[in-house]
Write a protein that binds this ligand. Structure first.
Ligand code: UT7
Length: 345
C-alpha cells in the first residue's frame, strides 16, 4: 500500500547549524546462525508448548550459534555483508561500535575481537551496552562522529549470542531469545537527509526487572553464584511488557515530533522484536497501520541489540524500504533503556 508522502519533515540536525553534512546508512547487512531451534524442540527441553509460545509471543523458532561461534563471529559476518552492500573495504572503516549484552569476553571488547577478524586495522573500536536499545544507541553515537567530521566511515553493529546466557531450565525466558547480528555503515552522503533524529532514554530505577545478576563487580563469579544460576538472564516478563509498550510509544512519538512528521508519512516502522503482542499494542497506540510495521520475530525470537538491525536489513532486502522513504525504528530493553530513530532512506 502506498504511504502518504510529503516534504514537510525537517532534519533537526541540519537546523542545528550544519547545513552541508548529513549522516546516512550507506550499507546494511545481517547474519543469523544456520541452526534452527523450533518451539516443538523446546517442548522437549522445558514444560512449554508450541501453542503457548505462539499465542503469547508470536515466536515460532529462533537461531542458535554453535559452541565455537562467538558474538564477534556473528558480528563479523553481518559486517562483511554491510561492507559489501556499501561497496567499501575494511581499511576504510574509521570506527567500530558493537552493541551487545553478550560480549565475547567482559574485556577486551567484542569490537576489538571483531576489528581483528574483519581486518579493519585503522579503526578505533569499542562496545556499547544498552541491551535491546543498544543498536539505536550505537547509531546515535556513530552519527555524532560523522556529523562532527571526526570520522568518515563508522560501522555500527548489534550482535548477540543470547544462547550463552539463557537458563534452559527457566521456561519463562528460554523460549524467548535467539542469536544473530545486524550491521550498518554510516557515512556522509551529500544531497541527502539521512538520519533525521535519534532519541534515547533510560530509567535506572528498574534495573531489577531484567538483567543478569552475576559476573560483574556486584556479584563476581563464584561456585555459589553459579549454583544459584546468577549468570543467566532473568526477567519479570509482565512488568517489562507494560513498560515496553509505554516507553516505545513515547519514544516513537518524540522522534516523529522532532522531525515534524505524522505516523502516516512513515513508509516502514521497525520495532524491537520481543513479542508480537507488544508490537501490536504499539502499532495500535501510535495509530499506525499493520502494513507499515515490519515483523520477523516468528523466525528469530528476541535477539536483543541485534533485533532492530536484523529487521532493518531484512526490510531493505524484502523491498519494503526505498530511497527517500521515511523509516521509524524503536526499541526497548534492560536498564530500562529505550530509543527511537527516524531515517530518510
Ligand atoms: O527485550 C526486552 C524486552 N522484553 C520484553 O519486552 C518481554 C516482555 N514480556 C513478555 O513478552 C511476556 O510477559 C512473556 C512472553 C515473557 C510472558 O507472557 P505473559 O502473558 O506476561 O505471561 P505470564 O508471565 O503472565 O505467565 C502466564 C502463565 C504463568 O502460569 P500461571 O502462573 O498463570 O500458572 C506462567 O508460569 O504462563 C506460564 N508460562 C508458560 N507456560 C508455558 C510462562 N512461560 C511459559 C512457557 N510455556 N514458556
Amino acid at each position: 500500500m502506498k504511504t502518504e508522502k510529503s516534504q514537510t519533515f525537517v532534519n533537526p540536525r541540519i537546523l542545528g547549524g550544519n547545513a552541508t553534512r548529513t549522516c546516512s546508512i550507506a550499507g546494511v547487512g545481517s547474519y543469523v546462525p544456520d541452526r534452527v531451534l523450533s518451539n516443538i524442540e523446546l517442548e522437549k527441553i522445558v514444560d512449554t508448548s508450541d501453542t503457548w509460545i505462539t499465542t503469547r509471543t508470536g515466536i515460532k523458532e529462533r537461531r542458535m550459534a554453535g559452541p565455537e561461534q562467538y558474538t564477534s563471529d556473528l558480528a563479523a559476518e553481518a559486517a562483511r555483508r554491510a561492507m559489501a552492500h556499501a561497496g567499501i573495504t575494511p581499511d576504510q572503516i574509521d570506527l567500530i561500535i558493537v552493541a551487545t549484552i553478550t560480549p565475547d569476553t567482559p574485556f577486551p571488547s567484542t569490537a576489538c575481537w571483531l576489528q581483528h577478524k574483519i581486518g579493519a586495522h585503522r579503526a578505533a573500536a569499542f562496545d556499547v551496552e544498552a541491551a535491546c536499545s543498544g543498536f539505536l544507541y550505537g547509531l546515535e553515537i556513530g552519527q555524532q562522529f560523522v556529523m562532527t567530521q571526526t570520522y568518515n566511515t563508522v560501522l555500527v553493529i548489534g550482535a548477540e549470542k543470547l544462547s550463552s546466557i539463557i537458563d534452559w531450565k527457566d521456561r519463562n525466558t528460554c523460549v524467548l531469545f535467539g542469536d544473530g547480528a545486524g550491521a550498518v555503515i554510516l557515512r556522509n552522503r551529500p544531497q541527502s537527509h539521512g538520519l533525521l533524529t535519534v532519541c534515547m532514554g533510560a530509567d535506572g530505577s528498574k534495573t531489577g526487572l531484567l538483567g543478569m545478576p552475576g559476573g560483574g563487580s556486584r556479584c563476581p563469579a563464584s561456585h555459589e553464584s553459579v549454583d544459584e544460576r546468577l549468570h543467566f538472564l532473568r526477567m519479570d516478563g509482565k512488568e517489562t511488557f507494560k513498560h515496553a509498550v509505554t516507553a516505545m510509544c513515547n519514544a516513537a512519538r518524540e522522534a516523529l515530533h522532532r522531525c515534524h512528521i505524522e505516523i502516516g508519512q512513515v513508509a516502514c516502522i521497525i520495532p524491537h522484536q520481543a513479542n508480537r503482542r507488544i508490537i501490536d499494542a504499539v502499532t495500535e497506540r501510535l495509530h499506525a497501520r499493520a502494513d507499515q510495521v515490519f515483523v520477523n520475530l516468528e523466525k528469530y525470537g528476541n535477539t536483543s541489540a541485534a533485533s532492530v538491525a536484523i529487521a532493518l536489513d531484512e526490510a531493505v532486502r524484502a523491498g519494503r524500504i526505498h530511497r527517500g522513504d521515511l523509516v521509524l525504528m524503536v526499541a526497548f530493553g534492560a536498564g530500562f533503556t529505550w530509543a527511537s530513530a527516524v531515517i530518510e532512506w
